[in-house]
Design a protein around this ligand. Sequence first.
Ligand SMILES: [Zn+2]
Length: 434
Amino acid sequence: MSDLLVAGGQVLRPDFTVERADVLVDQESGDIVDVAEPGALNADESLDASDGLVVPGLVNAHTHVAMTLLRGYADDKPLDAWLQEDVWPVEAELTGDDVEVGAELGLVEMIKSGTTALSDMYFHVDRIGDAVERAGVRAVLGHTAVTVGKDDEAARADLQQSLDVAKDLDGAADGRIATTFQPHSLTTVGEEYLREFVPKARDADLAIHFHANETENEVDPIVDEHGVRPLEYADDLGLLTEDTYVAHGVHVDETEIELLAERGTGVAHCPASNMKLASGMAPVQRLRDAGVTVGIGTDGAASNNDLDAFDEVRDAAMIGKLAAEDASAVPAEAVVEMVTRGSAELLGFDSGRIDAGANADLAVIDLDAPHLTPAHDLVSHLAYAVRGSDVRHTVCDGEVLLRDREVLTLDEAAVRERASEHARDLIDRAESGD
Ligand SMILES: [Zn+2]
């Protein structure tokens, strides 16, 4: 067996204690084999964690990774206007090549900031899968279907494609890729289509990921048309189960929170996107108190505008306190748990903990920095002070993806150059209307 020792550092354990330990990884199985006192273990290869903190790789529970190409293209607008006036016209021009290079750029950014797994919603998904395979991360992918503005044939074809992609790509990249069926949202996919296709997804044993209750504008039309709250409507459609998670869940009332808890449906909380688009504040403490599994996502880079999950951790703590009007709400340990185990649970990966038997998905944070001094409480630092740029090494499935801040699986300079070219050409096409 070829093995790897992450040696000389402190380690964040599943019970949120921090201890000096070495972590032994079996690179063939991609699992953590042992966590033991310093010097007790040996391996073929080692990764220097001195002056460092070994943490589970961060898990980004909701993103649109290829949207890096739209980063900074249009800002400072509410969701509806931003999508209709800026995002959708550009996305209509996206080619498979654009999506692949946009995904590579996003994955480079994620690897450099300690993210080892993501849950993505987009299209040209086979090309995102190619990028994920090369980058070496773990991902849940899917084709996102929209039926509004389409004739019946096109609408049904889009949903069928979401089913087909979920079946075809599941287990790709040596099992690092899993999939979900993805109706875009409860307002962008018509009821007759949800009634037809959700049972098909269930029959095929597919997990489901969709946007829900992101803005008031998504809630009111459903209440007007169906006389119930959006998640009650979703439940009636058979959408809420244990292998479903919704993105956002900002405007949820007590009935909906109870429903999520009863059904075992999780929420991918996207605090920065919710703030930037002024969508609102998700009641994260109430969701957690009710027993709902909450993960953390960045959403796309166009509404964030970065994919650094450490930013998201801090934002989640801050907005969680504001939403609860309570400084003790959503404490440091809660947000660290949400971005590791919580998100991993939504995605269905046995990641998010440094423990024997878990996936060897981890990051080593360099603690030798003024903004991380002194070190009273490293869990506090993870929540409030660590930045993605503090990540020294990133490992996923036992493979070293980032060593001493150099990405080993993708050529960062080439990816950035290609992404800039593709982004420029894309905007030219969109704005000239060709
Ligand atoms: Zn989204």
